[in-house]
Design a protein around this ligand. Structure first.
Ligand SMILES: Cc1cc2nc3c(=O)[nH]c(=O)nc-3n(C[C@H](O)[C@H](O)[C@H](O)COP(=O)(O)O)c2cc1C
Length: 186
């Protein structure tokens, strides 16, 4: 079938849907982000893209830390609220229960996977966002999200964001085993 040209748009699947948390003036603030991911395994480096005018942006600049919190499906509505309301207008600190990491970074107790990062770089490509690169200093989870000593996506039940449709999806069913499935290809 013939390819149609969509133009230089930021279309991609799957996009992250996770919550970034930082202190702003000493109060935890949560923001929903799609611009998030990891850029290196060793050292463990993560990035988040935060709009220049966002309340969160000032908090990260001033505190030098942020956390990336993976929401499970049942946190979806509360997480989406954190993508609608700004900490400039409302106090979002009671949307989730906060715990603090070893750098004092606020994190979300309800989240199955929380990554505490120290900012090591701030990249500005001239757009509307700052890309903060953070080195993970600690990662937090709970026994109940593990199977056979490993994190289990079926238990974490993360969500991802599809745009331009603007829908949240669950992860869906397991379709193969990495570094195994390819062995039978040829
Ligand atoms: C699905 C979704 C993805 C979003 N992704 C981002 C993002 O990657 N970066 C960003 O700065 N804002 C993103 N936003 C918008 C912010 O979450 C929103 O503007 C929020 O109210 C800002 O909060 P704050 O001002 O308290 O920091 C997203 C919103 C939604 C609903």
């Amino acid at each position: 079938m013939e390819k149609i040209r969509l133009g230089p748009k930021a279309h991609f699947y799957p996009k992250a849907a996770c919550l970034v948390c930082t202190d702003v003036d000493g109060t935890p603030n949560y923001i929903m982000v799609a611009l998030a991911g990891f850029i290196s395994k060793t050292p463990p480096l993560f990035f988040v893209g935060i709009g220049k005018g966002k309340h969160t942006n000032r908090g990260i600049q001033e505190s030098g830390t942020f956390s990336v919190n993976v929401p499970s499906e049942d946190m979806m509505a509360a997480a989406d609220y954190c993508g609608l309301a700004s900490g400039k207008d409302v106090d979002k600190s009671d949307v989730f229960e906060t715990f603090r990491g070893q750098l004092g970074t606020p994190m979300i107790k309800e989240s199955p996977l929380c990554i505490e990062c120290r900012v090591i770089d701030n990249l500005d490509y001239g757009g509307k966002v700052d890309i903060f690169v953070g080195e993970a200093v600690q990662v937090y989870s709970e026994e109940r999200y593990f199977t056979d000593g490993k994190l289990d996506a079926d238990k974490v039940r993360p969500i991802h964001y599809a745009s331009p449709e603007m829908e949240y999806y669950g992860v869906g069913k397991k379709v193969g085993k990495a570094k195994e499935s390819g062995k039978t290809y040829r």
